[in-house]
Design a protein around this ligand. Structure first.
Ligand code: SF4
Ligand code: SF4
Length: 446
């Protein structure tokens, strides 16, 4: 039976194409004017799963952040650096620049399978390859910005560049940075700059999937980090170094797990072709340390992964519950500097408040406010007022009460603000109503 030669590179390229389409198209999809994900600092708005939230309602953010971190821990513990090889923009752009533009189009390297040679001395080809990549950087930078400035606004803004110099500046510097990173910093970004590469090893255990050279079959090449053999006697490794030549981060995986390894599996593909000639499986595979050592099956359900899944489900339920019970209006009550004013020879006491009505729903409403305390009435505003969808209106609200003696000269009261045209839109908030101190009260009463 002939063994199947692995082609992880082809699978990765197909995956990159699908992922790129999703990331590119997503900002254009809208339902009722809301995006799947949009964090607009400009409009102080968060769109999540096609529901719009105001930045005053960022109670969803803790759920999202915890979910994001737990998901990173979970996926890293389960599948190692799967993000680096299959989804990281750095890796995707490096494949486009190095393997497509430099190698295939401009023939700057001998071939994709040997990445250790220096680029050929073709100065114009080098300049043109960077020039060809720059428009890709502009598209990538724009695509990134569409998650913060929706495409409908983005394209309107760039039609008037003089009016939106900050946006044009951000776009320019972001695209320059992408080009500089991909064409000059290269994989050094993964090895020396990326924080994820540094912290991920603490999330690994013996069951974590990773790119591993099977020393028990191939033979010992390195001992304590030093090369002791090129072609071990009795081992299946033939010392061809196809796995080393193909590596984009210029390492030898036979040395063991290394920080620079982005788990791209190109070394596994290379070894798979070599070993297929001897009808043997690749010496390098995507396995766990335990699988290699004990030949046991990969263990998916482990205490750590189960805990991560439970936390993720709990956070998701919390997120959906909070999103379903989204506030349709917000109220911010502030007292004015004057404690109270007296009327009708001191028989009536008034308190004034500066109240911010925020219509967080997607419809315009007519609002009014009422006191839920029988002794206290709203005397201003006299009429209801309109607040447009998503907008805020400030109103001076004056409450009035018969001047009487109360404990500690103030009373805790509740104010209800509501939409006259939709009984579901309302909020109730606490505040205090101040009465004059007893001495003043008596003086006025005389
Ligand atoms: S060692 Fe293998 S998996 Fe790791 S970066 Fe190099 S080629 Fe990719
Ligand atoms: S490609 Fe396989 S056989 Fe060749 S050096 Fe690497 S591990 Fe050994």
């Amino acid at each position: 039976m002939m063994l199947r030669i692995t082609n992880y590179f082809k699978k990765r390229v197909v995956f990159y194409a699908i992922l790129t389409c999703i990331i590119f198209i997503t900002p254009f999809i809208r339902i009722n004017g809301n995006h799947l994900f949009l964090l607009s600092f400009d409009k102080k708005m968060l769109n999540l799963f096609f529901v719009s939230f105001n930045t005053n309602e960022l109670y969803l953010m803790p759920f999202l952040l915890i979910m994001m971190f737990v998901f990173i821990f979970f996926i890293t513990n389960l599948l190692g650096r799967v993000w680096c090889a299959w989804s990281c923009p750095q890796t995707i752009f490096r494949v486009i620049f190095r393997d497509l533009i430099q190698t295939k189009i401009f023939k700057l390297y001998g071939g994709r399978k040997n990445k250790q040679n220096n680029a050929r001395d073709k100065i114009f080809a080098k300049i043109f390859s960077v020039a060809l990549f720059y428009p890709i950087s502009i598209i990538a930078a724009s695509n990134f910005l569409w998650y913060f400035i929706p495409p409908e606004d983005f394209f309107a803004y760039i039609k008037e560049p003089s009016e939106h110099l900050i946006l044009i500046g951000i776009l320019f510097f972001l695209s320059l940075f992408i080009t500089f990173d991909i064409t000059y910093i290269k994989e050094n970004f993964c090895a020396y700059i990326c924080p994820y590469a540094r912290i991920q090893s603490v999330m690994f255990d013996n069951d974590t999937k990773s790119v591993i050279y099977d020393e028990s079959r191939g033979g010992i090449i390195y001992k304590d980090g030093l090369k002791v053999s090129k072609k071990p006697v009795g081992g299946e490794c033939i010392g061809c170094e196809a796995c080393v030549k193909v590596c984009p981060t210029h390492i030898d995986i036979r040395k063991g797990m290394q920080l620079d390894c982005i788990n791209c599996l190109e070394c596994a593909d290379a070894c798979s072709s070599v070993q297929a000639r001897f009808n043997r499986p690749s010496l390098i595979s995507w396995s766990s340390t335990k699988e290699i050592k004990t030949k046991e099956k990969y263990n998916l359900l482990r205490p750590r992964t189960i805990i991560y899944v439970v936390v993720l489900i709990a956070m998701f339920i919390g997120l959906v519950y909070k999103a379903e019970h989204k506030e349709t209006m917000l109220l911010n009550i502030n007292r004015t500097t004057e404690l109270y004013s007296l009327e009708d020879d001191g028989k009536i006491v008034n308190n004034a408040y500066l109240v911010l009505f925020h219509n967080t729903s997607d419809k315009d409403h007519r609002f009014y406010i009422q006191s839920l305390d029988d002794d206290i009435k709203v005397i201003k505003p006299k009429k209801d007022f309109r607040v447009k969808a998503g907008e805020k209106v400030k109103q001076i609200v004056v409450l009035s009460s018969e001047n009487k003696k109360v404990k500690k000269h103030h009373k805790h009261i509740k104010l209800k603000a509501y939409a006259l045209d939709d009984e579901k839109v309302f909020t109730i908030q606490d505040t205090i109503f101040i009465y004059p101190k007893e001495k003043k009260w008596k003086e006025k009463k005389k």
